[in-house]
Design a protein around this ligand. Structure first.
Ligand code: FRU
Length: 510
């Protein structure tokens, strides 16, 4: 071995080993009461996008963007966790560290799949700093790379990068070229989509193909933002579902559009089909994926039973100042089962959640006027379904609300106004000490007399599924766990049905 090669190899082992030793030593000191029960949190330090979500050798594997040493973004590693049911996660040692010349600024987001020979293949973006531009800002090079492993240890491909400058169409910049989502076609060949951006800041999704997964060629510009939704489109994912082609992206720098899209980093589901001659995506409709505050960087995988399951980072790039003085920051949203109906993505928490339920409490056609609490309906890890109707022959209620994570001082809420179908999520009084986004609202689609909500609380977060899952709202809350009240409120009279379960996780291994 040449001295340079020996040095490279030593560096690779060092950075990864250092992260593995650090996480092993310090993560055990984080009290389990400070963790969610069934959402995957950062093992220690910082988490952003979920990566490499795949079913490999009989278990779900989920990696994520990771900086173990501090609860803030730093040179990106890939952390690694496994699960049998998508809810109880076990951390495995850190999988990738930024230890090569082509990725020493970070191993950015990417995806994974199981190969026919039993190898776990990861495709990720390697980022290196190429110096400074005349204005003093950093200049990055983002290229697509491979790593192969056995579900525990991963070795970077020695011919990395496999997709670089020479395969980037003219007019696009190597500084914003990331987040490959790889899949295998029925004939065994490989394809991936990668987020890209024109010199002028317009997002594109590029498609590449490969016969063997190692040697890639540019196939087509799969989709274009055309300056509509933000700038760069990050974290693309595309798949066929219920007879439609779906494209999920996470646009940066959005401008608010009514209540459909908020400013900042957003999420976008595009529903359409693939043009058979060009191979490009043809958009038929689009909408936001989630209407809450904390939801970004979605990624899906296919379960062995055929379900398409989506995860996301349950955080918001504009509120990361909440990461002050914590030992871990960032969690993955509850895995959601997807379907497409009437050109919309429907989302439901994975059905595995039902196995965590206990203590069923049921109320039917109970009247709420002003504030009302119900015996047995409280808690910070609950699955709560509520159906709300106007009282027959009475005037329509003006507003209905549920307060949760509540005590005398704190609460968060979801409020609904039937007059304009406005549904508003609010954490202004959740005990959050930062001046960040505290509320979001959306217009409930096709509201007719019945509001149906399923509310999943898991200690420091809430995820709300509206109707059949046509709309969802995710939000993190910092409120102390002793605030476990749930209170119902109607301005006017409302008739409600309640189904409430406690959720427990006897087998959490974090
Ligand atoms: C999205 C993102 C990705 C990138 C990663 C870096 O949140 O910006 O585009 O790969 O985070 O950590």
């Amino acid at each position: 071995m040449e001295p340079q090669e020996r040095q490279d190899e030593a560096q690779q082992v060092q950075k990864l080993e250092r992260a593995r030793i650090y996480e092993e030593e310090f993560s055990v000191n984080i009290p389990s009461e400070e963790r969610p029960l069934f959402h995957l949190p950062a093992r220690i330090g910082w988490m952003n996008d979920p990566n490499g979500f795949s079913y490999y050798q009989g278990r779900y594997h989920l990696f994520y963007q990771y900086y173990p040493y501090e609860p803030k973004w730093g040179p990106m590693h890939w952390a690694h966790a496994v699960s049998d049911d998508l809810l109880m996660w076990e951390h495995l040692p850190c999988a990738l560290a930024p230890d090569q010349p082509y990725d020493d600024f970070g191993c950015f987001s990417g995806s994974g799949l199981e190969l026919a020979d039993g190898t776990h293949m990861l495709m990720y973006t390697g980022v290196s700093n190429t110096g400074r531009k005349p204005d003093g800002t950093h200049s990055d090079r983002q290229v697509q790379c491979l790593a192969f492993g056995d579900g525990h240890n991963y070795t970077k491909y020695d011919a990395n990068p496999v997709i670089a400058d020479d395969l980037l169409p003219e007019g696009l910049t190597i500084e914003h070229f990331r987040d490959p989502k790889i899949w295998q076609e029925a004939d065994g060949s490989f394809a991936c989509v990668v987020g890209a951006c024109s010199e002028s800041g317009d997002g594109k999704i590029l498609k590449y193909t490969s016969a063997d997964g190692l040697k890639w060629e540019f196939a087509c510009i799969y989709a274009s933002n055309d300056d509509r939704f933000g700038t760069m489109w990050e974290c693309p994912d595309t798949f066929e579902l219920d007879g439609k082609q779906v494209l999920l992206v996470s646009p940066q720098d959005m401008l608010a559009q009514g209540d459909e899209f908020a400013s900042g980093n957003g999420t976008l589901a595009l529903i359409g089909h693939v043009d058979k001659t060009t191979g490009s995506f043809v958009e038929e409709s689009c909408h936001a994926i989630d209407y809450g505050i904390d939801f970004y960087a979605t990624q899906t995988t296919c379960a062995p039973d055929g379900r398409r399951i989506m995860v996301a980072w349950m955080q918001n790039w504009d509120t990361i100042s909440m990461a002050n003085n914590v030992s871990w920051f960032g969690q993955v949203a509850i895995p959601r089962e997807l379907s497409v109906k009437d050109d919309r993505l429907l989302q439901q928490p994975v059905r595995e959640l039902e196995a965590l339920r206990s203590n069923h409490v049921h109320y039917e056609r109970v009247r709420v006027e002003g504030e009302r609490v119900f015996r047995g309906v409280h808690g910070r890890a609950v699955d709560l379904s509520v159906r709300v109707h106007p009282v027959e022959d009475a005037a329509e209620y003006r507003e209905f609300a549920i307060w949760f994570a509540q005590d005398e001082r704190f609460h968060s809420s979801i409020r609904f106004k039937p007059a304009n179908s406005e549904l508003k999520l609010n954490r202004k009084h959740s005990g959050l000490r930062r001046d960040v986004v505290h509320h979001r609202k959306c217009t409930v689609i096709d509201y007719e007399n019945e509001l149906k909500l399923r509310i999943i609380l898991d200690r420091f977060s809430v995820e709300i599924f509206v109707g059949e899952g046509e709309q969802t709202l995710a939000m993190c809350i910092p409120t102390d766990l002793s605030a476990d009240g749930i209170c119902f409120f109607a301005d006017g009279e409302a008739l409600i049905d309640i189904d409430k379960y406690d959720l427990s996780s006897a087998h959490t291994r974090l």
